[in-house]
Design a protein around this ligand. Structure first.
Ligand code: UDP
Ligand code: MG
Length: 316
């Protein structure tokens, strides 16, 4: 059960957010007033003044803590570090660009107090560009077609998890971290609270189309071996087609008069292109999985911490 007196950790990944971060933290603290909380901002190797702004704020307020990476390791790694460092009884993850309204955290906490281990903030509406909305919807569709762990639709990385879930995620040794999948994979009791996703206040998205596509592919490969099965089926279909082609070619050679022998350039061309395409496609799929294995086997740390403010640095 939820303790009567509890602490909340709020994890904020920030990459080049120098312009908006101070206003965001102010608004966030406004909603957390009266609670026992810590805010962990993970500076994901920003090249602007994000860390300077953060350090100044943290110097005045020890509830604001910062972890700074040596370079940009990515949004998912920043969140993973947050889960590892967070001390609270529940951990909220929220973007720094005010697209996720901090005021919703109160509702997330209420649901958590009802006993849910995971409370997702679900995007009921998006005030983003049509392009972003279409690609996002495509993203969830592709993911759920393939993923063996259903990933909740229209749910991003704005959520609350219980300490138990945060610890599990923090301890998972997996290097390729598709957190939406990992959180759902645990099978903990979950619910959601709706909100309207506003436009970005400052700067621009770090997730352009190709990064989104890669992210979706990452999610699929991390949570499903279905594409490998698909490769097998494609292979079977191609072999069957190829086999009928062989039968036809032999039949033609032996049963038709010889002036027909040399024709068939089109068939040959189509066959080469078709099978070539399938081979490249399936090799690509296998390659993705090998790439993942390679990364896991190398065993490099997920991220490197350059410095921390108001929080003790942990060994990796
Ligand atoms: N972010 C990060 N590392 C990155 C890219 C983004 O820590 O490599 C942070 C970013 O500062 C923001 C959050 O992750 O707080 C979400 O990023 P963004 O707003 O660019 O994504 P979108 O909302 O467009 O999906
Ligand atoms: Mg954003």
């Amino acid at each position: 059960m939820t303790p009567q007196k509890f602490t909340v950790s709020v994890v904020v990944p920030a990459y080049n957010e120098e312009v908006g971060i101070a206003a965001f933290l102010e608004r966030l603290q406004g909603t957390l007033k009266g609670l026992d909380y810590e805010i962990i901002v993970v500076d994901d190797g920003s090249v602007d003044g994000t860390l300077t702004v953060l350090s100044a704020l943290a110097a005045k307020n020890d509830r604001i803590k910062a972890i700074s990476f040596t370079r940009n390791f990515g949004h998912q790694m920043a969140l993973s570090a947050g889960y590892k460092y967070a001390q609270g009884d529940c951990v909220v993850t929220i973007d720094a660009d005010m697209q996720d309204p901090p005021e919703l955290i109160t509702e997330l906490i209420e649901k958590w107090q009802e006993g849910y281990k995971i409370v997702y903030a679900k995007r009921r509406e998006r005030e983003e560009t049509i392009f972003k909305r279409v690609t996002a919807s495509l993203f969830y569709r592709v993911l759920n077609t393939f993923s063996e762990t259903p990933v909740p639709i229209d749910v991003g990385d704005f959520r609350l998890v219980d300490r138990e879930v945060a610890e599990l995620i923090g301890q998972l040794p997996e290097k390729s971290r598709f957190l939406r999948g990992l959180v759902a994979w645990g099978g903990f009791s979950a619910t959601s609270v709706d909100f309207i996703r506003r436009k970005r206040m400052h700067g621009k998205t770090h997730y352009p189309f190709f990064k989104m596509l890669n992210f979706a592919l990452d999610g699929v490969v991390s949570f499903s071996t279905k594409p490998l099965k698909m490769a097998i089926y494609l292979g079977i279909i191609a072999s069957l087609l190829g086999f009928s082609g062989i039968v036809y070619a032999i039949w033609r050679r032996f049963f038709l008069p010889h002036e027909f022998w040399v024709t068939g350039w089109t068939a040959l061309f189509v066959a080469i292109v078709f099978f070539g395409g399938i081979q490249l496609f399936t090799t690509g799929i296998i390659g993705e999985y090998i790439g993942k294995i390679y990364k896991e086997v190398q065993g490099r740390p997920m991220y490197l911490v350059k410095e921390t403010v108001n929080i003790e640095r942990q060994k990796i």
